[in-house]
Design a protein around this ligand. Structure first.
Ligand SMILES: C[S@@+](CC[C@H](N)C(=O)[O-])C[C@H]1O[C@@H](n2cnc3c(N)ncnc32)[C@H](O)[C@@H]1O
Length: 532
């Protein structure tokens, strides 16, 4: 069944394709005596498979939505129509353990996570030693509390958002899972397997006790491969050695040899850490782009020339790695809104006459009532800190880049601000950033959601590493030109030669391994765009 409306979206009502439910049940259930729990059973995909395939009598489902719970109950197992966390607190905590827990927990962000249930979920998480926060999505307590409810020899089989691999708020969970289960298998898909939603998922299979210890990743193309291969696909997995507490699991897609090169370079003290080169922070939030972001025509119409500053509002506006004043002028000529209204953080009586008129017009449109504007001392003043020496792409399609801000422009939060530390040659950093090691690393640091775009928060950009030996010899103008013409292969051939081969002494085969890491991760991410 396909989720169709926002109600379904808010309750995380995306149901599991039968092939996946079948696969999980087949793997997880070992004996007719297994005691089984489905904590968010929806209309009963898993219960349906359970009753059809096995003769297990002892299974129970929980589901919040009354009409779905009713449908699920038709498969013959008891279904509790209540919030899983409340049920957990009253019926499971210190009372019950299950041999098998399976399901597909909802995906609901903190702010949409019903407060009364969230409160119980967080209380239980804390009681089990976890540290939920305002980023915690509901799937996480579903997963972790289910793990805690397993018997000593229990198995869990769950459909989980692939962000388990990526997001910082799941770091604690990654660490926990890797030590809680003797064997952990993660089945990943190159194509999206849920119809109609951009949610990338994995199948997590955990065994509390196993002879086959370690963490494995099985990479499948899509549902068809799962259907064709069935349980056989689990035999092909390679065991990966990783530092679970720090590494994001996204690296499980790489071979051990590739991981080894990456690990060596990540520990190489000759490569500069971003935090030794630059500070990075979010761009400004206007609170109301329709009012604050102006085209040149609008600036002229209102006579606001002295009340605006140049700004960049979209990463596509900058094609190269240098933003010059001439380029900003060219963007203005295209009619783009690249001026920010900045009358100053001063009382209305002190702003210019034209700005006063413009502010009055803004108030007539009720822009001042917007939350972001309302909480400011002067609603028409967008708070801003330092001006950026450069920008960093926040959402990259092919790869991230640093753009030198020669135009002295401000930037909105669609890009990040960069300030180079004193004594650092910013041009050399921007030029050196585009090498195959840094780009491969960026794929492991950034996160990507269903749409295939690679997103970086400032924290991730601070963990970037850039080989700087020889970087001052790079010709940034040449790289900028190549970048504008889409010639990234030329850029990388040039920078890899100077920085990786000559600067760090890497062999050609190591460099080609880096290419394969980068290519693998990038195409995996991008393939999700067109997949079904
Ligand atoms: C992703 S669906 C999965 C349904 C089913 N397990 C499947 O795989 O087809 C998640 C389900 O969780 C339910 N749900 C959301 N919040 C819940 C809560 N606090 N307690 C129990 N169920 C909840 C939703 O109504 C939805 O049916």
């Amino acid at each position: 069944m396909k989720a169709q409306n926002s109600y379904d979206k808010l309750r995380g009502g995306y149901y599991t394709p039968i092939a996946i439910a079948d696969f999980i049940v087949e793997w997880a259930v070992r004996s007719p005596d297994d005691k089984i729990l489905e904590p968010s059973c929806g209309d009963g995909s898993f219960l349906n498979v359970l009753i059809t395939k096995t003769i297990c009598a002892d299974a129970i489902g929980v589901e919040l939505d009354p009409s779905e719970a009713k449908k699920a109950a038709e498969y013959g197992y008891p279904v509790k129509n209540e919030d899983f966390f409340s049920y957990y607190e009253s019926e499971i905590e210190n009372k019950e353990k299950y041999d098998v827990i399976l399901g597909n927990p909802p995906f609901i962000r903190y702010q949409n996570f019903d407060e009364q249930y969230r409160e119980v979920a967080f209380r239980l998480m804390k009681a089990h030693g976890f540290h939920p926060n305002r980023l915690t999505n509901i799937w996480l307590p579903f997963l972790l509390l289910s793990c805690e409810a397993l018997s000593d020899n229990g198995r869990i089989g769950m459909v989980i958002p692939a962000e388990l691999f990526q997001v910082d708020y799941a770091a604690e969970a990654r660490n926990y899972l890797s030590s809680h289960f003797e064997s952990l298998t993660l089945v990943t898909f190159r194509k999206l397997v849920f119809e109609g939603i951009q949610q990338e998922v994995i199948i997590l299979l955990g065994e509390k006790q196993s002879n086959n210890k370690g963490i494995r990743v099985v990479e499948l193309d899509g549902l068809n491969e799962l259907i064709a291969e069935e349980q056989k696909c689990l035999a092909t997995a390679e065991t990966k050695h990783l530092d679970h507490s720090t590494d994001k699991w996204v690296k499980y897609y790489l071979s051990n040899r590739e991981l080894e090169v990456l690990r060596q370079l990540n520990a190489d003290p000759r490569i500069s850490s971003a935090s030794d080169l630059y500070e990075v922070n979010v761009g400004l939030v206007s609170g109301e782009n329709d009012f604050f972001m102006l085209s040149r025509d609008t600036v002229e119409k209102w006579g606001l020339e002295d009340d605006v500053m140049p700004i960049i509002g979209r990463s596509e506006q900058v094609k190269g790695i240098i933003l010059s004043s001439e380029e900003h002028l060219a963007i203005q000529n295209e009619g783009k809104r690249v001026f920010l209204f900045t009358p100053g953080d001063i009382g209305i009586e002190d702003v210019s006459e034209n700005a006063k008129k413009y502010i009055a017009w803004g108030e007539s449109q009720q822009y001042n009532a917007n939350y972001k504007c309302r909480i400011r001392k002067h609603w028409y003043h967008v708070p801003m800190s330092w001006t950026a020496d450069a920008f960093l792409i926040r959402q990259a399609n092919l790869y991230p880049k640093i753009i030198i801000n020669s135009a002295g422009a401000l930037v909105t939060d669609t890009l990040h601000k960069v300030r180079f530390l004193s004594g650092v040659n910013g041009n050399a950093v921007a030029a050196a950033f585009l090498n195959t090691y840094t780009l491969a690393l960026s794929e492991t640091l950034g996160r990507s959601y269903g749409g295939g775009v690679l997103t970086f928060e400032p924290g991730e950009m601070r963990r970037m590493r850039i080989p700087m030996i020889g970087a001052e010899n790079l010709d940034i103008t040449q790289i900028d030109q190549w970048q504008r013409n889409g010639k990234y292969k030329e850029i990388l051939a040039y920078t890899d030669m100077l920085l990786l081969k000559e600067g760090l002494g890497l062999s050609d085969s190591d460099i080609s391994l880096l290419h394969s890491i980068w290519g693998k991760m990038r195409s995996r991410r991008l393939s999700r765009k067109q997949s079904t």
